[in-house]
Design a binder for this molecule. Sequence first.
Ligand code: 3UK
Length: 568
Amino acid sequence: MECLNYILFKVKVYELSHKRQQTTFPILNHLIGTRMTATAYEDTFAADNLPARELWPELCFDLPELQYPERLNCVHELLDHGGLSDKLAIHGSRESWTYAQLRANVNRIANVLRCDMRLATGSRVLLRGCNGPMMAACVLAVMKAGCIAVPTMPLLRAKELGVILDKAQVGAALCAADLREDLETAAEQSNCLRQIVYFHSETDDGMEARMRGQADTFDAVQTSAEDICLIAFTSGTTGMPKGTMHFHRDILAICDCFPRSTLQAGESDLFIGTPPLAFTFGLGGLLLFPLRVGASTVLLEKLNPEALLQAIAKYRATVCFTAPTFYRQMVPLVPKYDLSSLKKTVSAGEALPVATRESWRQASGLQMIDGIGATEMLHIFISAAGDDVRPGATGKPIPGYRACVLDEAGRPAPAGAIGRLAVKGPTGCRYLADPRQHDYVLNGWNLTGDAYRIDEAGYFWYCARTDDMIISAGYNIAGPEVEEVLLRHPLVAECAVVGSVDEERGQIVKAFVVLKPGAEAGEETAKALQEFVKRNIAPYKYPRAVAFLPSLPRTETGKLQRYKLRNP
Ligand code: 3UK
């Protein structure tokens, strides 16, 4: 062992002197079970609970912009460039901050974490709050202070918070005062959570008061590129949520991929949208990306479709991030607002039906940028913009990522064949102490759980979640394909198609439909919808059962909860 350590030391000296990014002799790391760059953390819980290295997906850093040094603190890179001081960084409903003010506030909070709360580096800090400047500053401060951010969705209740506290062994929490109740209930049951500091609070021990007692300068903790800075819990439909662990390097990698190559965002942009910062779609799209390109962002709490349109007009936003269902609901309201500032609209979280893309284009004049991302991958990895868009297809792997479709045996499937989507890039899946790592990573590929096909031109077409494929009388039917058709019917506002247990056919296709205002639910409409599907796609795919609902069950992130419809 001593001998190996000596060799490793020599390799390290060689690499430093030759400015190598990656280790030359991974096999040595593997043998000795350590990483080349020493962690900066006192508390090593997160790293200790990483999956074994051989269970990680393969990571690729092919692009010149993805060459990062071994030591880096992502918030230092995003904020401490000294530039843009007087430029507005974040607009909120309570306050708006320039880059200089954001830097100062992040530094004060970092000082509160380290000097006042006395948190060890590497400790997990839960964050709870609606989108806004303070919530954003808290997330950034946690990372800058060398702690690990565990952001949570505002709608989570005590029981769900308890699972997260326990799983990530969270010792401290920063929480918006108006969301304290559920966290306090969870804290009573928790054996690890010791400190909660409330923001948006006027009390003497609240965050704002503590910040006033701290300096507005803070030297970022010199973390390793592979120190974990974020544990993002999957929005999770059923069962135990999974904690996905991401490094300081991963944060920069997503900022240097999608926003630069596909979105082509710049300093003059103003970002806006709905996904919570606790959802990596929102964290990237509404906070990290704007900071990386020196743009501004609008962070508002509890936006509905009408309020989002109002805010786009008011702030003159140029880039919007939200989910397909939001775009659908905005379409009829668009004529009431001046959206002339808007240049780019990004849709993710769920498949984007052609009918939604088309009606949004007609209403706003904009060709939507669809992109598939995942909490495990941190952000978007397949997408297309502008002239590269093929309506109905998600797009192609964005620069920095590779993707293919695997057949049942785990081999790349030929063009046109439906298989499991597999992807790799600079980011990838590393679950916190979770045996499901084995399900997500196969031969170095991340398996997202989606069924896809690739066409001759290399475009990726979404079919369904692999476990949502409906098998009816021996036919494989993808629910979203039927939804696509139904959404084109003039009476349909929203719909969901799932498999429903049937004695004769195993499963039948069942459609849950939300009608547009004024349309009448009933036998006649159901028949009309069934006929409409039969006319537009292979008749065996038509919904044999149709039910009408006032709304569909969705997560806080706009994702349909199909399991709730399958097992009512
Ligand atoms: C589905 C899509 C078709 C797909 C996410 C952008 O959604 C995000 O992360 P989650 O972990 O869910 C991942 C799953 O959601 N999905 C997402 N986008 C699309 N399906 N077309 C799309 N455009 O099943 C995927 O496996 O909640 C999205 C950025 C960051 C994210 N975390």
